[in-house]
Each structure stands twice: as structure tokens, then as C-alpha cells.
Design a protein around this ligand. Structure first.
Ligand SMILES: NC(=O)c1ccc[n+]([C@@H]2O[C@H](COP(=O)([O-])OP(=O)(O)OC[C@H]3O[C@@H](n4cnc5c(N)ncnc54)[C@H](OP(=O)(O)O)[C@@H]3O)[C@@H](O)[C@H]2O)c1
Length: 385
């Protein structure tokens, strides 16, 4: 039976890989709705190819352009944050792939969960800011949230076997990013171009910068806390430069389960779509004889101070993860525009966290207020030019 699929962030790295998986699987999936931001050249080509019933873009004028080209087959075109929410609730979509970057992905993800869809979740920031709410709403609606992040897909696959029981510890791995071997004294001078040169994965710019600072792994710890209902003390990270092992699950009897695969996001994306079954990806398996050595190291928090801040937010819970995420989004955007330098990423997030007034983040309104306040605070540290 063909299943309907909606993709939030179809022009991004995860979105494009998802469409690649959909193409390969032939008639298994039908694209019913797509949402993108502002890459209209690519989005127009996607709309033309898949002819979904509903599409959304960020800007009203871009929506007009897409309406022009899709008139012949009557695609409905909407725009803005409400447009993305409409795509998340689209009729006929059994699966919603949540792959918008940052906090903008939160409301669409929440609405897909509320609508009881299977949500293939790449947008980790949603879980960071509203994990408790997403869990609660999933229980209410019967939605199933399946991780796309390779590490969380690894945990999910290990836990499938044990049905979540007997878990002592969950360990996510991190490649260490481009600065893993950089002498500490040279780190303050690292440039945007160097930060964007990830040794293992080709990804969007925001997540690539987060991987250089290891904030990405910090966000992933908070994501894992909610996805798998674990206490902060049950979660850990190991640096594993080969990126072959994505996650390790230690069980009460001392056994450790691991999930390994090649570094290709199409593997976890496809699993989130086809779960609980598996299909041939057409991709080569993992050549361990060629890799030869698998190394694991503890995280050095002097090298990755943003990871230490994320761990602090994980332990504190409440509003601090929301503030951490907001400050980091503002700082990374400024770094991408070359308004701040590499060490300023930490400085901005640390300042916002130090100033933050902790409170519960137990409603959408509370989360939105905390997010806005932290962004305002973070912008005070960004030079305006
Ligand atoms: N890439 C990976 O390998 C990877 C792995 C694990 C998890 N993730 C997570 O997956 C998410 C997406 O990552 P990515 O690497 O695919 O990022 P990306 O390449 O930057 O793509 C982001 C997508 O979101 C769209 N978008 C951004 N803001 C939007 C808004 N306000 N409204 C509607 N659409 C918007 C973009 O549209 P336009 O480009 O058209 O503007 C694009 O389609 C992130 O949360 C990331 O942490 C990514």
C-alpha cells in the first residue's frame, strides 16, 4: 500500500536525502505535501516533479511564484509559519518528516504529533525546547516519533530489541568535528570556513557549526533524554572519530549493544520511514576491515565548552534548555554572517545562561516567551553592522 509523506524542510540536506530515499523505494511512498524556506529554484523543481497537493514556503511573494508554476495541477500553495503548520497537518500524510532547522521547526512538529502522524524527527531543537510537551501530546494522539538523527536511530534500534527495559546507560558518539585534533591554543583563531569543513558528514550550515563546537551533541543529549525517557545521569557521550558506531546501550547485566553503519543519512532516514520493516537501501555496508581501528575518547570540555553548557542545561531542565537553544541559534546565525568570531559562540551562550531566570517551560506560551527573551538577550552581544 502506498503511504503519504509530508516533508518539512524539503530543500535542506535531510529533505533532499529523504526525497532520494522516496525515489528509490518506488511506489512505497507518495509525496503529498512539502514545506521549504527560500530556496525557490530547488523547491520549484521539487513541486514540478512530485506535484504534491499542498506546499508551503516562508515568503508570500515566493508563494505567488510557486502558485504560478503549479496552477496546471492545482497544488494548494500557502506560506509563513502557519503554512508550515498546515503542511504538518496535511490530509493524506501518514508520515511527516520534520527537517526544518531550529526552533522554527517546533510548532510544525508539535502539530504533526497532535495530528497522530508518524513523525520522522530530524529537527532535534523541537525536542530540546519542548520534549515534555511532545511526549505528552504523542501519548494523547497515538503519534509515533521515530528519530532520524543517526545516533538516536542507533539507540532506537538497540532499544527495539530490549523494548526499553534493563537500560543502565545510553552513549551517543560524536566524531569530534573538524577541531578534534587542533591544539587548544589555536582554537580561538578558527574561521567560519574551517568550522564548516566537517570530516565525516555533509549537512546544513547550522548543524555543521554545532558539530564543530559539539553543541550539536549537547542538543542531542537533551533530545535523547525526552525521546527515550532517560535521566541525565543515564546519558553520556564518547568521541569516536571514525563515526562507524553511532550509539551504545549498556544494559543492567553489563552487556553493551551497539549500532553501526556507514556515514550516510539515507540509512537512518529510510529506517524511520519503513520501520518496523527494513528495505534494501542500495548502499554499501560498513567495511570494518578497511576502517581497521575504532577509537573512543572522553569529551574534553576545555576543547568543547559549549558542550559543557548544554550538559548543564540538560541537568537543570525547565527553561534553561530553551534559553540555551535560543542563544545558540542567534550566535550561530551571527557567526555564519561573520559578525562574531569562533570563541564568541561560547561567550554569547554563557552570558545568556548566566542572566537567565529559571522557570517552568510547560506550555507553548511559556516556551515562546522564554525563547524570545533569550534571543533578545543574545542579540545584545552581537555587534550590529
Ligand atoms: N543534515 C544532517 O545530516 C542532519 C543529521 C541529523 C539531524 N539533522 C537536523 O535536521 C534539521 C535539518 O538539518 P539540515 O542539515 O537538513 O538543514 P538545512 O540543510 O539547512 O535545511 C533546512 C531546511 O529547513 C528549511 N527552513 C529553514 N527555515 C525555515 C522556516 N522558517 N520555514 C520553513 N522552512 C524552513 C530550509 O529551507 P530553504 O533552504 O529553502 O531556505 C531547508 O529546507 C536540523 O534540526 C538538524 O539539526 C540534520
Amino acid at each position: 500500500m502506498t503511504r503519504g509523506i509530508a516533508i518539512l524542510g524539503s530543500t535542506g540536506s535531510i529533505g533532499r536525502n529523504t526525497l532520494d530515499v522516496v525515489d528509490r523505494l518506488g511506489d512505497t511512498f507518495r509525496v503529498t505535501a512539502l514545506a521549504a524556506g527560500s530556496n525557490m529554484t530547488l523547491f520549484a523543481a521539487q513541486v514540478e516533479k512530485y506535484r504534491p497537493a499542498l506546499v508551503s514556503v516562508s515568503d508570500r511573494r515566493d508563494a505567488e511564484k510557486i502558485r504560478g508554476i503549479s496552477r496546471r495541477w492545482r497544488t494548494k500553495v500557502v506560506h509563513g509559519p502557519e503554512g508550515a503548520v498546515e503542511v504538518a497537518r496535511a490530509d493524506g500524510a501518514d508520515i511527516v518528516v520534520s527537517a526544518i532547522t531550529g526552533m522554527s521547526g517546533f510548532r510544525p512538529t508539535l502539530e504533526a504529533v497532535r495530528a497522530g502522524r508518524r513523525v520522522a524527527l530530524a529537527n532535534k531543537e523541537s525536542m530540546v525546547v519542548g520534549g515534555a510537551i511532545l511526549r505528552r501530546e504523542a501519548v494523547r494522539s497515538g503519534a509515533k516519533i521515530i528519530p532520524v538523527d543517526s545516533e538516536h536511530s542507533g539507540v532506537f534500534q538497540c532499544l527495539n530489541k530490549e523494548r526499553g527495559r534493563y537500560v543502565r546507560k545510553v552513549i551517543l558518539t560524536a566524531s569530534g568535528g573538524p577541531f578534534f585534533r587542533t591544539p587548544l591554543k589555536d582554537l580561538p583563531h578558527k574561521t567560519l570556513e574551517e568550522a564548516l569543513r566537517h570530516p565525516r558528514w555533509v549537512m546544513g550550515r547550522k548543524v555543521t557549526v554545532d558539530s564543530a563546537t559539539l553543541m550539536n551533541k549537547g542538543l542531542e543529549l537533551i533530545e535523547a533524554r525526552w525521546l527515550f525517557d532517560l535521566e541525565p545521569a543515564e546519558l553520556d557521550v564518547l568521541i569516536h572519530p571514525q563515526s562507524a558506531v553511532h550509539a551504545l546501550v549498556e544494559l543492567e547485566d553489563g552487556s553493551v549493544l551497539a549500532q553501526l553503519s556507514a556515514t550516510d543519512m539515507r540509512i537512518p532516514i529510510q529506517y524511520a520511514l519503513t520501520w518496523p520493516s527494513r528495505r534494501d537501501t542500495g548502499l554499501p555496508g560498513l567495511d570494518l576491515a578497511r576502517i581497521k581501528r575504532l577509537e573512543f575518547r572522553k569529551v574534553d570540555e576545555r576543547r568543547y565548552p559549549l558542550f559543557a553548557l548544554a550538559r548543564e542545561a540538560l541537568r537543570a531542565g525547565g527553561s534553561l534548555p530553551v534559553a540555551l537553544n535560543a542563544a545558540n541559534e542567534v550566535a550561530v546565525a551571527a557567526f555564519l554572517e561573520k559578525k562574531i568570531l569562533f570563541p564568541d559562540l561560547r561567550a554569547v551562550v554563557a552570558e545568556v545562561m548566566a542572566e537567565h531566570r529559571a522557570r517552568p517551560a510547560d506550555s507553548i506560551e511559556a516556551i515562546t516567551d522564554i525563547d524570545k527573551e533569550a534571543r533578545r538577550e543574545a542579540r545584545r552581544f552581537i555587534p550590529q553592522r
